[in-house]
Write a protein that binds this ligand. Structure first.
Ligand code: RB5
Length: 149
């Protein structure tokens, strides 16, 4: 189970802003400590400006896990995965969130803020936070992710 004393950074662009606010409210009620790294309004912004700081913080091991959002989840995920210690997984249901942690050792969850029911998103984040990496054969595969040909 996730240690709820650990802080979890969360950031989004305008496409994920409203879902981010909802997640902060509902997950805080459940005892999680979310750190809001923006954006702070519905105004149009560039998603890398809000994803880079979070991904860098996870990359530098300031935080164990992070949550990112944009409209589709793709731009946020692509930005975060520029960091060598980051494995950002995109999830649109609980099974995807579970698998990206169990098999890919994801340390950042990317959500498509415009394509998910808000209550489903809360459940998806809880599954992500509380699922463990399986290790075993997946260790070898995860180690190969950063190998370039
Ligand atoms: C913003 O309109 C949208 O492009 C962005 O939120 C995201 O979906 C990019 O991948």
């Amino acid at each position: 189970m996730f240690d709820k004393s650990k802080e979890i950074p969360i950031s989004a662009d305008h496409g994920g802003y409203e879902m981010k606010q909802y997640l902060i409210e509902k997950l805080s009620e459940r005892g999680y400590k979310l750190i809001d790294m923006g954006t702070f309004s519905k105004e149009s912004v560039d998603y890398p400006d809000f994803i880079h700081p979070l991904a860098k913080a996870v990359n530098d091991q300031e935080y164990e896990l992070g949550i990112i959002l944009c409209g589709s989840g793709n731009g946020a995920q692509m930005t975060a995965n520029k960091y060598s210690n980051v494995r950002a997984g995109l999830a649109w249901d609980k099974k995807q969130a579970e698998l990206t942690k169990q098999h890919n050792k994801a340390n950042i969850l990317s959500l498509p803020g415009r394509f998910l029911d808000f209550n489903d998103a809360v459940e998806i984040v809880e599954v992500f936070l509380n699922t463990e990496f399986e290790g075993g054969r997946h260790n070898r595969r995860v180690e190969k992710i950063s190998q370039k040909s």
